[in-house]
Unconditional design. Structure first.
Ligand code: 5GP
Ligand code: ZN
Length: 129
């Protein structure tokens, strides 16, 4: 059983932000910003590529509700909603989850994208297949 399934089963303690019959939201044990929250379905799916649409829609919809509440009540200025898919992307727990990262003007979270000079038309052709 994966670590999040263990948390859902109550075998590992967690700080619950929200729970219903389908979803659980908990504070991340490693707080990247104050209020860093993980939202996960109670049913195990590895990642965003293998979850079905109904469960995904429910997950993202509740993530939005919780993000609004967290940003508002913790007096954050905004947030990042983050999903890692696959080890290469940084996913370490292979049970789909969205990170809600409340953002503050003075926080030290640094998410930066590099800027590569790829051929965009070539990429579009390849995506189209
Ligand atoms: P990922 O890297 O898969 O996108 O995110 C996994 C997250 O789960 C990490 O931010 C990590 O800190 C968090 N995490 C790992 N184990 C536990 C745990 O036992 N309890 C809680 N609350 N968070 C955990
Ligand atoms: Zn699981």
């Amino acid at each position: 059983m994966c670590i999040f399934c263990e948390i859902i089963e109550g075998n590992i303690p967690s700080k619950k932000v929200y729970e219903d019959d389908k979803l659980l939201a908990i504070l991340d044990i490693a707080q990247a910003t104050r209020g860093h929250t993980l939202v996960l379905p109670k049913k195990h799916f590895d990642n965003i590529l293998d979850i079905d649409k109904d469960n995904l829609e429910n997950l993202i919809s509740t993530t939005q509700d919780l993000a609004k509440k967290i940003v508002n009540n913790l007096k954050a200025e905004g947030c990042n909603i983050l999903n890692n898919c696959g080890e290469v992307s940084g996913q370490s727990v292979h049970h789909i989850h969205f990170h809600i990262l409340p953002r503050y003007n003075n926080d030290d979270l640094d998410i930066k994208f590099p800027n590569h000079d790829y051929d965009l038309d070539e990429i579009l052709k390849e995506i189209d297949g």
